[in-house]
Design a protein around this ligand. Sequence first.
Ligand SMILES: [Zn+2]
Length: 262
Amino acid sequence: MIDAHAHLNDPRLSADLPDLLARMRAAGVEGALVVGYDLPSSQRAVALARAYPSLRAAVGIHPHDSKDLDAAALDALRVLAREPAVVAIGEIGLDYHYDHSPRPAQREAFRRQLALARETALPIVIHEREAEEEVRAILDAEEGWALGGSWHCCSVDAVSATEIARHLFIGIAGWITFPKSEHIRALARAVPMERLLIETDAPYITPVPFRGRRNEPAYLPYTLQMLAEVTGKPAGDVEQSTTMNVRRAFPRWTLDEGGYDG
Ligand SMILES: [Zn+2]
C-alpha cells in the first residue's frame, strides 16, 4: 500500500518522523508521496525523498500560496524538478473555497506550473476546491490532461469523476470514511479501480475512527478498508491495484527505486 499524498514535510509531522515512518511500515504502508505546498515545503519534500528510500516528492505551490509564485520561485522549482526523487509537480490548482490568494493569481500560478510540468515532462497533482469548472477549463487550454498524474482528494460528482479519470488518477482520502460523505463513496464506486489512488493528505482529513486527531500514513488502511467495502472488492485486490496505480500515475517512481541511501 502506498500513500499517494501526504505532507510529511509539514512541521506537525516532521517533528517525530522516525517514529511516524516506523508506524507507517508497521501498518503495511510501504511508501508515500510527500507533496510540496510552497517553496520551503517543496525543498523539504525533496530532502526527505533523498533521505528515505520509501518516499518520493512532488514540488509545487498550492493555490493558497499562488501569490508567492514569482520568477525566482518558479526557477527554484525548476531546479528541484531535476532531482530524480521528484516524481510530480504539485500540488497545484485552484481553491475558491478559502480564496487565500486572489483568483487571478491562482489561475496564473496554475498555468505557469502546468507549463513547468510540460517542460520537465512530469505528471501533476491537482488540488481543487469549489473550482472544478475552471480547473478543467485550464487543463483543456494548457494541454494539462496529457501530463497525467492525480486529482487529489477528489470530491466532484460521480459523472465528472469518471470523465476526469480518463486522464488523471483519482485520489481517495479519509473523507470516504465519514458518515456524511456518500458522494465520495458514489464516486469511488463509479470510477474503475484501475484509476483510483488512496491517500491520507496527512496531517489533514483523518479517517474514522481517528477523526479529529492528527492524520498520518499509518491510518491509510482505514481508507483502503472502506474503499474495499464500498466497491465490494477484496481488500487485497484493492491494495494491489492502488499500489500499482501509484507507479502508473507517477512513472518516475519505479525508475529510481532503491536509488538512494536511507
Ligand atoms: Zn495536500
